[in-house]
Design a protein around this ligand. Structure first.
Ligand code: ZN
Length: 340
């Protein structure tokens, strides 16, 4: 993630426009001051704290910020309860639709980017499992999680018969699957059981499907039981969740799919399992942990993480350290910062 170069000093033309600009700038600082209180920050500027002055100025004030004098407008660093120094950044609209926590379903479509980073499972896989073909692709983070999980699965005694049969899907391919289902079983059936083009989690590159491949050339459905239960019971420690369970079908709109895994990162996968939430529920749950309010603390196998959410494209981002920012594909951003 890039930090935006806002610190450049620019000369400001002094005139009526500049005075208005200055007022806008002061208002921005007031908004920031109000926002920072929950973050445990010191008061950023002697801004007077008059809410009326805030008016309709947005904290992510766009153009105004471009021409500000940095000495007056540079957002003061805020420090979270775990001691993370942060700065308010506007990451742009597209950030809301990008990242490992994006929710994609038949009512929240994927925003297809111009460029999507994907890797070939065939080329990147280790020797602990199979892949269904040379055309299976995943986002790099999902690829790493899969390799780590299945290496540990075989190390603890699991067989090497797990086969990755699906990863990333294009919009065209999902259309093909949908049309095929309509042809075979009718429109009503397809609408009920097949994700619409744009509504499949496979578009993200963070979802994958498994089956079982036997050395005699036969294969069978993966149901996550028997020796494979280890995978479904431990996947959260690698950042993956079993995305579609029977008891969440009324929320996800999809029935039991023990073979479909979704990468969300280790802390969030751990928290989803701990709280018993599917991704639809989890995205709502995270909205309780705003930058201004109490942050979520997650302990998991990879460490301790502090998590907060902000509506819109502006959010307090750590100045340094190990962290990710993901959109939720609905209305805002989530920061996940390693604190221990
Ligand atoms: Zn799937």
């Amino acid at each position: 993630m890039n930090s935006r170069g806002r610190r450049r000093r620019r000369k400001i033309y002094v005139g009526p426009g500049a005075v208005l600009l200055l007022l806008a700038v002061i208002a921005v600082i007031v908004v920031a001051a109000v926002a920072l209180r929950g973050c445990g920050a010191e008061d950023p500027a002697p801004a007077g704290g008059d809410d009326a002055a805030v008016g309709d100025v947005q904290p992510d004030g766009g153009q105004e910020e471009e021409q500000e004098d940095p000495e007056n407008t540079k957002p003061e660093g805020v420090t979270t309860s775990a001691g993370v120094n942060c700065t308010l950044m506007d990451l742009g609209e597209e950030a809301i639709y990008t990242g490992e926590l994006i929710l994609v379903n038949n009512s929240t479509f994927f925003h297809f980017p111009e460029n999507q980073e994907l890797v070939s499972v065939y080329e990147e896989k280790n020797d602990s499992y199979y892949v269904g073909g040379t055309n299976v692709y995943l986002a790099p983070a999902a690829m790493d999680a899969l390799n780590a999980m299945l290496a540990d699965f075989t190390a603890q005694g699991g067989s090497k018969s797990v086969n990755v049969v699906a990863g990333h899907r294009t919009e065209e391919f999902q259309q093909h699957l949908f049309d095929q289902s309509v042809e075979r079983n009718g429109l009503e059936h397809a609408q009920k059981y097949v994700a619409q083009p744009g509504g499949s989690e496979h578009h993200t590159g963070y979802a994958l499907d498994l089956n079982i491949y036997h050395s005699d050339g036969t294969s069978e459905e993966y149901d996550g039981t028997g020796e494979y239960a280890w995978i479904n019971d431990n996947c959260q420690n690698y950042g993956l969740v079993v995305r579609y369970a029977t008891d969440k079908a009324d929320i996800t709109g999809i029935g039991n799919e023990p073979w479909h895994f979704r990468y969300v990162g280790i802390p969030h996968a751990t928290q989803m399992v701990k709280e018993g939430l599917c991704l639809e529920e989890y995205i709502d749950y995270l909205k309780d942990f705003t930058a201004q309010g109490e942050h979520l603390m997650i302990e998991c196998v990879s460490g301790t993480y502090e998590v907060w959410y902000a509506e819109g494209s502006a959010i307090y981002v750590p100045d340094s350290g190990e962290y990710t920012v993901s959109g939720n594909n609905v209305d805002g951003l989530i920061v996940t910062c390693k604190v221990a």
